[in-house]
Design a binder for this molecule. Structure first.
Ligand SMILES: [Zn+2]
Ligand SMILES: [Zn+2]
Length: 165
């Protein structure tokens, strides 16, 4: 509502008899709210000059003209308020440990390169299986059998390596 010589005038949400110049609305609402403590009114999270009936707050926040600027403001706060990275040793799902800045979680993609730094060598399925085989079989062997087994394994690994090269 435009009133000559007054600028934009807004009707107070607490009492329609209050017609307030827009720039003064925020101050007025603070005072006026005290006079209507039982009014089911909610303050807009984007602009505290917006007081709307509680049941309309959802609708208002979706359409509030101040929504966009506040969204980016909130984002900046969230980024700054994020917990500081905590360096520590974390146990991965497969039981191996890794030193990382933050705890790796399922919903936080972990930089692949960081994982590679922790491993001595790139993952090699053939080698991994062979090593596991040694651990399993060697448990119930005599020293001589073990030596023979490892020798056999070494030969097998050499053959695998030559084949892969
Ligand atoms: Zn008022
Ligand atoms: Zn608003």
């Amino acid at each position: 509502m435009e009133v000559p010589n007054f600028g934009t005038v807004v009707v107070c949400p607490y009492n329609s008899a209050h017609q307030i110049i827009a720039e003064r609305m925020q101050k007025h609402l603070v005072k006026c709210r005290r006079q209507y403590p039982n009014a089911k009114m909610a303050a807009c999270p984007f602009n505290n000059a917006h007081h709307v009936p509680e049941q309309e707050l959802n609708l208002h926040t979706k359409n509030c003209p101040n929504r966009d600027e506040m969204e980016s403001f909130k984002y900046a706060i969230a980024t700054n308020a994020a917990p500081l990275p905590q360096k520590g040793i974390y146990v991965r799902a497969d039981g191996t440990t890794v030193e990382a800045e933050t705890a790796p979680t399922d919903d936080m993609p972990v930089d692949e390169e960081n994982w590679d730094d922790m491993d001595a060598a790139p993952y090699n399925p053939a080698k991994y299986c062979a090593n596991n085989l040694i651990i399993r079989k060697a448990t119930h062997m005599t020293a001589a059998e073990k030596r023979q087994f490892y020798e056999d394994e070494r030969v097998r690994h050499d053959m695998l390596r030559k084949r892969n090269v």
